[in-house]
Design a protein around this ligand. Structure first.
Ligand SMILES: N[C@@H](CCC(=O)N[C@@H](CS)C(=O)NCC(=O)O)C(=O)O
Length: 235
């Protein structure tokens, strides 16, 4: 039985981290709001009872209804037996996935440093300053951390030859950063060799070959998390 994925239909956003994992590892899912639209998503969210997800993405898997991207990926990985089989290593993979969530939040705060509810145009000056710090301090700090994690089992994936939920997420981060900061990322080429190797290896995962070439794969855009604003990139 396929799981339901509920996420905003027009952006890759955080939903894409779940899609990539499901597509790459053959997990059956229905992308509910892509089929039914934003209103259906809002209605569905409000119809949920009990402890509800705070925000999309969330999944429905029979009686299981959970949000939080990292939590969803940890749940699916465990359910499908796609971890290492060693609890202490699987917990470290979840730790990395939580680091990825923190990083994604910081990416969003680059173009929305004051408030998510305000337009980018209303916070451009603060965004410009934030982008500078983000490029100079935060991207290197996080990417070195992720690059070292990939080296721990010899690469190219987080468990050596075995890809996990961490790898599809790190791939999406690298693709997103290339879109958001093309000049900066070009200038840094070679700095994060393991991550660059991973970026080449993930698209070769069998389930992803077709997906990445399909219309199901949404392009990055300026409503999503990874946005391209020329002024926020290195000049
Ligand atoms: N920490 C959550 C964040 C979820 C989240 O912020 N979702 C966004 C879309 S990517 C949203 O719809 N937020 C609505 C809000 O924050 O009010 C996760 O990783 O899933």
């Amino acid at each position: 039985m396929s799981i339901e994925l509920w996420y905003w239909p027009e952006i890759p956003g955080r939903g894409e981290f779940v899609r990539l994992f499901c597509e790459g590892f053959g997990i059956d899912y229905e992308d509910m709001a892509r089929e039914r639209g934003t209103e259906a998503l809002v209605e569905h969210m409000h119809s949920l009872e009990g402890i509800r997800p705070f925000a999309p993405p969330y999944i429905v898997d029979e009686d299981v209804v959970i949000g939080q991207t990292a939590h969803i990926l940890a749940y699916l990985s465990d359910k499908e037996g796609l971890g290492s089989g060693e609890p202490e290593i699987d917990l470290q993979l979840i730790q990395l996935q939580l680091d990825i969530s923190d990083f994604v939040e910081e990416v969003h705060s680059v173009h929305h440093p004051i408030a998510s509810e305000l337009y980018y145009a209303d916070q451009m000056e603060a965004a410009w300053e934030r982008a500078q710090h983000f490029r100079e301090q935060r991207i290197p700090k996080y990417l070195i951390h992720f690059d070292n994690a990939l080296a721990a089992h010899g690469g190219p994936f987080s468990l050596g030859q075995q890809p996990t939920h961490v790898d599809t997420s790190l791939f999406q981060i690298m693709e997103g950063l290339d879109y958001m900061f093309p000049n900066y990322m070009k200038g840094m080429q070679g700095t994060w060799a393991n991550l660059e190797g991973l970026q080449g290896a993930v698209p070769e995962i069998e389930g992803l070959v077709d997906y990445l070439a399909s219309e199901r794969r949404l392009e990055f855009n300026e409503n999503g998390i990874f946005r391209y604003y020329e002024e926020l990139d290195e000049q």
